[in-house]
Write a protein that binds this ligand. Structure first.
Ligand SMILES: Cc1cc2nc3c(=O)[nH]c(=O)nc-3n(C[C@H](O)[C@H](O)[C@H](O)COP(=O)(O)OP(=O)(O)OC[C@H]3O[C@@H](n4cnc5c(N)ncnc54)[C@H](O)[C@@H]3O)c2cc1C
Ligand SMILES: Cc1cc2nc3c(=O)[nH]c(=O)nc-3n(C[C@H](O)[C@H](O)[C@H](O)COP(=O)(O)O)c2cc1C
Ligand code: SF4
Ligand code: SF4
Ligand code: FES
Length: 1023
């Protein structure tokens, strides 16, 4: 290799080849030739580099510069800049996040730096089709040592002392297996490399063979010498053509070099290898089934003992090892048992290769020391979960492995710890699951696989897996019963105990481990007819409707908008929502986060904007929707607080014929809608029109009436049949730093209230806002509109900011600076008046329990900001001091009122509570949902019927026809950008920024909806 000044290692693993790495190689060679560099630079194709998610990959040596996601178009620039001018191209390097710079060197990238390569020691460093390159990297020296310097017993002793355990799943000590095989009597013996690898998503073994086939052959030859075998088989599934091709090339070359065949290395040792293409069933990987398969019989497991080492292929002693086990042997022989046994944990020595897949940024093949924690694998190697989603669990061990929950993130990974946690190492499949995974559905998925793959010999496995699958399917369809949980558990244990082979013995693992760690999700499906991941179609119908706290029939109204039937769409929206124009502007739209149209790189449907479109359409024409109102029943209900929770409760109670009075402490109605959210997001005229609609139903609102100050709770109890407390969370939380009481330091809620009530407020010329949520962003944008200079201080990075993304975008567009990773530590004041704030810079440290990297202070990075005002927007809590006057209502340590979470009934008879006062600061639509449910419960309470919730699966209210789209339209439809005021037009006023979708935009966006509700209807009518 030394005659070239540079080697370009282009990955030719299956992943990169499918991403056109071989075409890239051709262009690279052409461009190198054009630049006259062909005698200086050599392009080498290698096996899988491991970081498949970033493919096509190329590594430049010397220097180890890592290029990723290459295209043919990148190559001319790369050749010119890097190889001619010596300027590596940053844009083609790996960049962990938008806030971090590109990382030039492979060894500095998190994905690689925590790995330890033994079985994959030659990864990305050689051409798997050239034996010379393997030999140049010490290839076949271990075999030479074994044949010339070691006795069979000595080889076995080294393997035993190394502590190596079989990597195929069972973890049986390899040295012991070899010893049994060596001691077994037989005129012929065999070694077998098990490369069946039938686990969905796993590609460790295939990849090892594709990238370094000689290391497997060398390991097999050493094993053959140790046990006295003269022939070996590589049992590989036919679906792995590249691996089959490469192992065949390797065998041919090894024969030519005298490393396989008659007289290996002149030592008289005879050993040759045959490749056997497997039938493709998962059970073929089981060693006794594999033997039957090679013998030409049906691949069914048989009872052991005798074990294959005693009686295997054609009744002869046969030592079967996994690909990775064989690939580890040459390193043990060359570097010694002690070296290997020093890696790993007490009982699990060495390294393990995993295929890290699923909801993970850096998917690929990794080799790590045993004992590494799950956290290190998921966050440091895997780079965490994409799309800001929460890490939920890892499924290890293939289809019959178990699910390890996020709460066990510090679990060290080895055979014992995984078994204790209810999973298995298996052969190294590791599927990362995020919050969008339903654990019942995942158990069902794996059960469907193992049920399908059961060879059917044992009743327990065949019928038991079918029964488990049937129960899981029922639960996923919302038809489960509480007793199913015990049944699943008992059946799972029985199947484990009664089955013949590893498949039946482990197939209940996904069910048993999810039952153990995610029982709540099973209960949620069975009792509440909910699937919080919005996956189980039989329960959810459509993710948007199921996720909406108000149960809005989204697909129906979106379908009606697509058909231009706006009046009907309004009716559907209004049925479940008394404040649609408000929600259409400020709802945190959880429906969009789960919208099926938004999967992968696609954009979700603008559900909130569509709701606003129909609500505004109706308002422009005067509100026409007339809900059905029952005649007055004479019963009176009191509501404390006129925020979204109180207003919604009042609306639904009024429809039931109650006389409702709302007591509101402030001079205005709307709660945070009125005094928290600024007018540029929610114009008061819109708010007032929707409130008027509720008042028109006969709801009385007494403003300037604070319970606890102007009246007592006990007074209300005498007059009203029931009370709903919806007083929100208005008390700002302090930072707890010195000097915080200075004049000029204020809370965001107080500041926004003053701005919204048009009270005079002095904030001066320079203001800082502390926090990263909605209140912080609203406060900063309001300060800017009042004409002051403002900066936001946030302790983490943009990715972690809890405020709505749209709002952060607009804040940045309004040229407001956010100082990320910054925390105030001291308020500086003079004569009690604020002068500035001392801040410290932070860096992101270890990942915390919530999966976010904890900010830690950078010593000596303190700096001072001169300020006239400091607005604190870190959080709020409820003020429940009005309960002190004799009420027996329980309050938590966070000052929230404790209620029965299903009925919202408090400890005090006839008193219900909902909204932010029970949750702490939350959202408008959740508060409204509480108000709606509380109204139903209060109605039951007053009517004297049991106060109980009924739960049903989500279903559309009406059937709405789908619109027909042409292929062209499907291609061209795009999420519309919300029309907004220009930044210029926003200056110095609180005019609404978002202008709303116009008719054509709304119809085109609605046509983009996938109408998920219709899929279920189709499935149901097909049954
Ligand atoms: C600045 C800011 C921006 C926000 N932006 C959004 C957003 O964009 N989207 C979103 O979904 N959520 C947002 N929220 C949160 C949302 O406003 C609240 O979750 C929601 O308003 C809670 O509704 P609620 O009815 O429980 O309480 P509130 O809206 O807080 O209403 C409670 C009412 O009770 C009254 N009250 C309190 N004590 C008494 C008493 N003793 N006697 C009589 N009356 C009393 C209060 O004056 C108030 O009017 C925001 C919050 C803030 C602070
Ligand atoms: C259903 C089933 C499938 C299996 N599939 C594989 C496989 O694909 N590859 C493998 O090496 N071992 C597989 N095994 C394990 C083998 O039976 C055997 O234990 C292993 O090949 C021995 O090699 P080792 O000691 O190096 O792990 C499977 C076992 C069962 C029960
Ligand atoms: S446990 Fe299942 S796969 Fe294994 S032998 Fe029995 S029926 Fe076949
Ligand atoms: S695509 Fe349409 S029906 Fe499906 S989740 Fe999104 S909005 Fe709902
Ligand atoms: S195939 Fe290229 S990195 Fe895996």
């Amino acid at each position: 290799m030394s005659e070239y000044r540079m080697h370009l290692m282009v990955c030719a693993g299956t992943g990169c080849v499918s991403n056109k790495s071989l075409e890239i190689k051709e262009v690279l060679e052409d461009e190198i030739k054009k630049a006259g560099l062909e005698n200086e630079i050599l392009v080498v194709t290698t096996g899988c580099n491991g970081f498949c998610a970033q493919g096509p990959i190329m590594v430049v040596h010397p220097g180890g510069i890592f290029y990723q996601m290459l295209t043919k178009e990148d190559i001319p620039r790369l050749v010119k800049e890097h190889f001619l001018k010596g300027r590596p191209v940053k844009e083609l390097m790996y960049t962990p996040s938008a806030q971090e710079p590109p990382i030039p060197k492979l060894s500095d990238i998190g994905f690689f730096s925590k790995q330890r390569l033994v079985a994959l020691k030659n990864r990305g460093l050689l051409d798997p089709e050239k034996i010379d390159e393997y030999i140049a990297r010490d290839g076949y020296t271990a075999l030479a040592k074994a044949l010339t310097e070691m006795s069979p017993k000595g080889i076995i002793k080294d393997v035993a002392d190394s502590g190596l355990r079989g990597r195929g799943g069972g973890g049986f000590p390899t040295g012991k297996k070899w010893q049994f095989a060596q001691e077994a009597k037989g005129d012929r013996k065999f070694v077998v490399c098990n490369a069946d690898e039938g686990d969905p998503g796993a590609f460790m073994d295939r990849s090892i063979i594709e990238s370094d086939p000689h290391v497997v052959l060398e390991g097999m030859a050493i094993g053959a010498k140790a046990i006295g075998a003269s022939h070996g088989y590589v049992y590989i599934r036919a679906e792995y053509p590249l691996a089959i091709e490469r192992i065949n090339i390797a065998i041919k070359q090894a024969r030519e070099y005298g490393l396989l065949g008659g007289d290996i290395l002149g030592t008289g040792f005879k050993f040759d290898v045959t490749v056997f293409k497997g039938a493709g069933a998962f059970v073929c990987g089981e060693e006794t089934a594999l033997i039957s398969s090679i013998e030409g019989k049906a691949p069914e497991p048989v009872i052991r003992p005798p074990f294959p080492v005693q009686s295997g292929l054609w009744g002869k002693p046969t030592c079967i090892n996994n690909v990775e086990t064989w690939a580890t042997i040459p390193s043990i022989i060359n570097r010694g048992a002690k070296w290997f046994s020093e890696i790993g944990t007490e009982k699990s020595k060495g390294t393990k290769v995993f295929s890290l897949v699923g909801k993970i940024r850096n998917a690929g093949l990794v080799e790590v020391p045993m004992g590494i924690t799950l956290k290190e694998i998921v966050y440091e190697i895997g780079g965490g979960i994409p799309g800001g989603k929460k890490f939920k669990a890892v499924q290890t061990g293939g289809p019959s492995g178990g699910c390890i929950p996020a709460s066990l993130i510090d679990l060290p990974i080895d055979y014992e710890q995984l078994a204790e946690a209810g999973s298995i190492m298996g052969s190294g499949g590791m599927i990362v699951l995020d919050e969008d995974t339903c654990m019942v559905d995942i158990a069902k998925y794996f059960l469907a696989f193992t049920n399908d793959e059961s060879c059917g010999k044992c009743t327990s496995c065949r019928e038991g897996s079918a029964a488990l699958l049937e129960i899981l399917t029922r639960i996923c369809n919302g038809e489960g019963q509480e007793k199913d949980l015990e049944l699943l558990n008992d059946l799972g244990i029985a199947i484990k105990n009664a089955s013949l082979c590893g498949l039946g013995q482990t197939l209940p693992n996904p069910v048993l481990s999810t039952l153990k760690y995610f029982r709540d999700e099973y209960v949620e499906h069975i009792k509440y007819k909910r699937c919080s991941a919005s996956v189980c179609r039989g329960i959810i119908s459509s993710a948007c409707q199921h996720t909406c706290p108000l149960g809005q029939d989204v697909p129906c109204y979106v379908g009606l908008i697509a058909n231009g039937k706006f009046d009907e769409a309004v009716e559907i929206v209004r049925k479940e929502n008394p404040l649609p124009a408000i929600c259409g502007r400020v709802c945190h739209h959880p429906c969009e986060a789960k919208c099926s149209a938004g999967e992968g790189e696609e954009e979700p449907i603008s559900i909130r904007a569509l709701k606003r479109f129909v609500a505004d359409y109706e308002m422009e024409r005067g509100i026409k929707f007339q809900p059905e109102v029952k005649p007055s029943n004479g019963d009176k209900v009191a509501i404390i607080g006129a925020g979204p929770a109180g207003l919604t409760c009042a609306y639904y109670l009024a429809l039931e014929g109650y006389k409702v009075t709302i007591f509101e402490a402030l001079p205005v109605v709307g709660g945070m809608l009125s005094v928290g959210i600024p007018e540029y997001r929610l114009p008061r005229q819109i708010l007032n029109l929707e409130i008027d609609n509720i008042v028109k139903l006969g709801v009385e609102i007494k403003t300037n009436t604070a319970i606890g100050r102007d009246m007592q709770l006990a007074d209300l109890k005498n007059e009203f049949k029931a009370i709903f407390i919806a007083t929100g969370a208005h008390q700002g939380i302090k930072m707890g730093i010195p000097g915080e009481d200075a004049d000029g330091v204020m809370d965001a809620v107080d500041f926004l209230r003053a701005v919204n009530l048009k009270q005079k407020i002095e904030i001066g010329a320079k203001v800082a806002v502390v926090g990263g949520g909605n209140a912080a962003v609203d406060a900063a944008r309001s300060v800017s509109r009042l004409g002051s200079e403002v900066v936001v201080l946030y302790r983490r990075t943009r990715a972690e900011m809890p405020a709505e993304n749209e709002e952060i975008e607009e804040l940045l567009r309004e040229c407001i600076e956010i100082k990320y990773l910054t925390v105030p530590v001291k308020v500086i004041s003079e004569g009690g008046k604020l002068k500035g704030v001392e801040c410290i810079r932070m860096k992101l440290g270890e990942v915390d329990a919530g999966g976010r990297r904890r900010p830690v202070p950078i010593e000596g990075s303190e700096f001072t900001l001169e300020l006239d005002s400091l607005i604190i927007a870190i959080s709020q809590r409820p003020d429940v001091s009005f309960l002190n006057n004799g009420a027996s209502i329980k309050v938590s340590k966070w000052n929230t009122i404790e209620v029965d979470t299903e009925t919202f009934h408090s400890d005090e008879e006839g008193v219900f509570a909902g909204g932010d006062v029970i949750t702490g600061p939350n959202t408008v639509s959740d508060a409204m949902a509480h108000g709606k449910i509380a109204a139903r419960m209060i109605n039951k309470y007053i009517k004297g019927v049991p106060v109980k919730r009924e739960y049903k699966v989500t279903r559309p209210a009406i059937q709405v026809e789908a619109v027909e789209l042409t292929d062209e339209e499907i291609e061209s439809l795009k999420k519309p950008a919300m029309p907004v005021l220009s930044v210029q037009e926003r200056r110095g006023n609180f005019n609404e920024v978002e202008l709303g979708l116009v008719r054509e935009m709304a119809m085109s966006e609605a046509r983009r909806c996938l109408r998920c509700d219709l899929e279920l209807q189709k499935e149901e009518s097909a049954e």
